[in-house]
Ligand binder design. Structure first.
Ligand SMILES: [Zn+2]
Length: 245
């Protein structure tokens, strides 16, 4: 009996030591991560098949994506995307201009989806304004419900605090904005260069689908971004990863 208690004591101590080591390691990992620079890649609206077709591409480059969807409830795609490490954000139900909505409509199209998605097993904490249309008053209202609200026009550097509670802008990488590959590449090069010089900074880029159309980004251009970022030691994150650091 005495030996048995001794054994239990040893096991107990071992468990504590192992748990401490794991927690300590985890904390160090977090501190390490925060110093890194991050790219938040987002795709807006709803292009299920196109996005699904590129799950393998995202996996190949280890790029988690935040999909800002215009759905009224979570579906199979949302669950599959989250399972693969991506995030689902809200882009209103049906892509409405939030600045033109009444208070009741804002509740219905922008705020209620949080609860509806939650009931369907999807935690939504990021919102992107359709057409980038927003006001400071709207930001303040929506930030009572979302951790991050996102625009659609500019390249900006942000920090962890902005992601936890704030408005961030996003740089469009749709084909429409770049006449030539050189133009696209030099914009990406400049952004990544500045990002890499600012410890702990994060920036968001977005498109709608991976294709040759005006409001899409071509696959080879996206791969250029992925390769260049990896060459420079920059990582891709979901919004929630930064909200939770
Ligand atoms: Zn949109």
């Amino acid at each position: 009996m005495k030996n048995r208690s001794k054994l239990l004591l040893i096991i107990g101590c071992a468990v504590i030591v192992i748990a401490a080591a794991i927690l300590g390691g985890y904390k160090m990992y977090r501190v390490h991560e925060v110093k890194k620079c991050g790219i938040l890649l987002a795709f807006d609206d709803y292009n299920e098949q196109n996005w699904r077709d590129h799950f393998d591409l995202f996996e190949k480059y280890n790029v988690p994506v935040t999909f800002f969807v215009t759905l009224d409830e979570p579906n199979e795609f949302c669950l599959d995307a989250v399972k693969k490490g991506h995030e689902i954000g809200c882009h209103t139900i049906g892509h409405v201009n939030v600045t033109e909505l009444s208070d009741e409509e804002i509740k219905e199209y922008v705020i209620d989806p949080i609860e509806i998605f939650k009931e369907g097993g999807i935690e939504v904490s990021s919102f992107a304004y359709p057409y980038g249309a927003h006001t400071p008053e709207l930001d303040e209202l929506l930030l009572q419900h979302y951790k991050t609200v996102r625009g659609a026009y500019f390249y900006e550097l942000h920090n962890k605090a902005d992601l936890r509670h704030g408005y961030i802008d996003a740089y469009p990488i749709d084909n429409y904005y770049f006449e030539t590959d050189e133009e696209f590449q030099s914009s990406i090069d400049a952004i990544l260069q500045e990002l890499s010089e600012n410890e702990g900074a994060v920036t968001c880029m977005y498109s709608h689908a991976i294709d040759g159309g005006a409001w899409c980004v071509r696959e080879d251009r996206l791969e250029y971004l992925f390769q260049k970022a990896h060459e420079m030691g920059l990582e891709f994150y979901t919004f929630q990863q930064w909200q939770n650091f």
